[in-house]
Design a protein around this ligand. Structure first.
Ligand code: AMP
Length: 274
């Protein structure tokens, strides 16, 4: 596995690949089976697989966990190597950003609702770095988790709005056997918090069962979910269509139910595509 640390070197390497298809998996490291599922899908459908590990400072708000974001450099390299990654891009922040630069921003509405309302500016920082990474790696296909559904939606929108050529692939959420969605931030949870956190996936499971039993009313579903989520500090429980517009009734094959809740001081996201 090749490891490259600067955008310039990666662009040079990219030129040598000519017409080979490139599958790209951008991450912030502390890799787990969720990341590995994206890598495996990229391996299936591309000649070359590139993974980036970059804890992007511009997507963290002041006071967030940028400085203590879990870092597992040696383990991550091993995981990439064992997963058959061809190239690992591990840049430093000063090679990725310059002062007073041109940048892309999140859209006014969908970039500032839900996760964007909890973390104003987060999605602009995320889109800035994904835009840069796409220009550096020039992927044929890029792989993202549906766990970060609003992020995936905004990346798809950026690709459309900027007439980019990359194909975006959204992948299902990988969970622990008890239902907890895998996340690099789960390491922040104490044993008790880990148990409390299960309420999030349980509430989504109940929501799915309600839809199967033909209860389509968003209000009924979110009320039941809130009962299950007690006493967690819930930031939002919403039912939206795949365009991130709020809806009163679930539309099968066009709905996402999203939850964001704080367990202790850890914010956890989860959702279900219906
Ligand atoms: P992160 O390192 O948390 O920025 O995540 C990198 C990529 O992995 C993003 O596209 C995430 O949506 C995706 N991802 C994170 N957790 C999971 C999971 N449990 N299952 C599938 N994909 C995930």
């Amino acid at each position: 596995m090749k490891i490259i640390q600067t955008p310039q070197e990666l662009k040079e390497y990219r030129r040598t690949l000519h017409n080979k298809s490139v599958g790209f998996v951008p991450t912030m490291g502390a890799l787990h089976h969720g990341h590995i599922s994206l890598i495996e899908e990229a391996k299936k459908n591309n000649d070359i697989v590139v993974v980036s590990i970059f804890v992007n400072p511009t997507q963290f708000l002041k006071g967030e966990d940028l400085d203590k974001y879990p870092s597992k450099e040696a383990a991550d390299k091993k995981i990439c190597e064992l997963s058959g990654v061809d190239l690992l891009f591990y840049p430093k922040a000063d090679t990725m950003y310059s002062r007073d630069e041109v940048s892309v921003t999140a859209p006014d509405v969908r970039g500032y609702i839900l996760e964007g309302a909890s973390r104003p500016g987060h999605f602009s920082g995320m889109l800035r770095v994904v835009n840069k990474l796409f220009n550096i790696v020039e992927p044929s296909n890029a792989y993202f988790g549906r766990k970060d559904a609003q992020q995936l939606f905004l990346i798809e929108q950026m690709v459309r709005d900027f007439f980019m050529s990359v194909n975006i692939v959204g992948m299902n959420t990988v969970r622990e056997s008890d239902g907890l969605a895998l996340s690099s931030r789960n390491v922040y949870l104490s044993t008790d918090e880990r148990v409390e956190a299960l309420k999030i996936s349980q509430s989504l499971k109940v929501a799915t069962q309600m839809v199967i039993a033909k209860e389509f009313k968003a209000l009924k579903i979110t009320q039941r979910m809130r009962e299950i989520l007690e006493p967690l500090d819930v930031e939002y429980v919403v039912v939206v269509n795949r365009n991130f517009e709020s809806i009163e009734e679930v539309e099968v094959d066009n709905t996402i139910i999203l939850v964001e809740a704080k367990v202790g001081s850890t914010r956890l996201l989860d959702n279900i595509f219906i």
